[in-house]
Design a binder for this molecule. Structure first.
Ligand SMILES: Cc1cc2nc3c(=O)[nH]c(=O)nc-3n(C[C@H](O)[C@H](O)[C@H](O)COP(=O)(O)OP(=O)(O)OC[C@H]3O[C@@H](n4cnc5c(N)ncnc54)[C@H](O)[C@@H]3O)c2cc1C
Length: 404
């Protein structure tokens, strides 16, 4: 890039992405006197963020938007030193520390934090037609699925509507359970529908203990979900899906009518990560233990940090098995904020610590589990209450304070 033009806005710190990692970096900076005086810009295309861990309950409206959304821009602009820039990040020159937005704006900073996260998107390169599947992570996606469901369930819709959920990990189990819960609450205006859950592995919740997987299967089937394990989606058509059943021992191709397909088969790196001038592993951005971005040769890039789902910690050539979870975002954001201040002040930086597990809440429609290692608690009321309590605690953290 050529020398800066007068139109370029300059900041001490730019945070790209204001979801769970980005907003926490700002929160952690504000906890320190020096951090509160920095001129910070936060860039995101969303001004408001729905609470992702309970996105299935926002879809069904069990949780209403008002109680399950963070007014991110309100928190960001609650200090006169911080600006919210609503826009789409298109590119970054990591060496010059310049960010280009899709609308042509250019922003420079002494430090840039990339917290552009992940997308829940089907692998269109591997499964023909699957780009027609929908997913639910962000608000606009939940809205689209809600509208499709409403049309399906309205009088005059298909005779026996069927929704197929793909993926038997935590997100897929939670989505199938919530859809079953919705279907059970049908009336004259909103007809019931069938829910099928496809999972290519031998049991549900492969990342959690066997008992959790078995209990999830039991709870889903008790709520009427048509559960298909060892069943892999191989094609999606306009009127249904093609699956390979009984994989891998005696695979058999099966056509299944479907009116709506919801992808819950895992997150992927958002395409913008390819445009940031940072080294990548499987599409994720490589960082060292101090969360400093690495270039393609593995050398640290001065003044660029990465936190949250987008980050892939590389240590002595190996990749850390970090969790792509809210709690990991909070841990990483704390280290990133400390290291931003250390870099500006010329003091030693801190190293991030690998933690491979943390308790999981798994909502399954009317049921709910808490799983930690081999321990499984099946206490639906308490778990549901506790997950909402955690959500309220999370929002309280970012309650907008007076300008100052
Ligand atoms: C369905 C689902 C359920 C989950 N449930 C749980 C759970 O129960 N518990 C748990 O701990 N974790 C859960 N997670 C994981 C957790 O939500 C993620 O780890 C967390 O959201 C990652 O936060 P992040 O800030 O790194 O990125 P993301 O949340 O992915 O956010 C990225 C942000 O960057 C913005 N952005 C992206 N690209 C651009 C661009 N080009 N320009 C401008 N802005 C951009 C987006 O608008 C977004 O605000 C779940 C994830 C999913 C998908």
């Amino acid at each position: 890039m050529s020398s800066p033009s007068p139109a370029v806005e300059r900041y001490d710190v730019i945070i790209l992405g204001a979801s769970m990692a980005g907003i926490e970096v700002l929160y952690q900076l504000r906890r320190k006197r020096r951090g509160r005086t920095l001129r910070v810009a936060v860039v995101d295309r969303q001004e408001v963020h729905g609470y992702i861990p309970l996105c299935q309950e926002r879809l069904s409206r069990r949780l209403h938007d008002a109680s399950a959304r963070l007014h991110t821009a309100g928190y960001v602009t609650s200090s006169q030193h911080t600006e919210m820039i609503v826009g789409t990040v298109a590119r970054m020159n990591s060496v010059a520390r310049r960010v280009l937005l899709a609308d042509g704006r250019a922003l420079d900073a002494r430090i840039i934090v990339v917290a552009l996260g992940s997308v829940l998107a089907p692998p269109a390169d591997r499964i023909p037609g699957v780009e027609g599947a929908l997913a639910v992570k962000f608000d606009h996606e939940a809205q689209e699925v809600r509208e499709r469901l409403q049309r399906l369930r309205a009088p005059g819709g298909p005779e026996q509507p069927r929704v197929v959920v793909v993926g038997g990990g935590i997100s897929g189990v939670e989505m199938a359970g919530e859809l079953a819960w919705m279907s059970q609450r049908s009336d004259d205006l909103q007809r019931p529908f069938e829910v099928t859950l496809l999972h290519s592995g031998p049991r549900l919740l492969p990342a959690l203990c066997e008992r959790a997987g078995a209990l999830a299967a039991e709870h889903l089937e008790a709520q009427g979900v048509d559960l298909r394990v060892r069943a892999r989606l191989t094609q999606m058509r306009s009127d249904g899906v093609v699956i390979e059943d009984r994989v891998p021992t005696s695979p058999e191709q099966l056509d299944m009518p479907a009116d709506l397909v919801i992808w819950a088969g895992g997150v992927r790196p958002p395409p913008v990560l390819d445009e940031l001038g940072v080294g990548q592993r499987d599409g994720w951005l490589t960082v060292d233990r101090e969360l400093r971005a690495l270039d393609a040769d593995g050398a640290a890039i001065e003044g660029v940090f990465v936190a949250g789902d987008a980050a892939c910690v590389v240590d002595e050539g190996g990749v850390w098995p970090t969790m792509k979870r809210a709690i990991e975002c909070l841990w990483q954001a704390k280290i990133a904020a400390k290291n931003i201040l250390a870099s500006l002040q010329g003091t030693p930086r801190r190293a991030h610590r690998l933690r491979e597990d943390f308790p999981h809440g798994v909502s399954i429609g009317a049921r709910s589990l808490v799983v930690y290692g081999p321990l499984v608690l099946d206490l639906p009321r308490i778990n549901t209450w506790f997950r909402r309590f955690l959500m309220r605690r999370y929002f309280a953290r970012y309650r907008a304070r007076a300008r100052g």
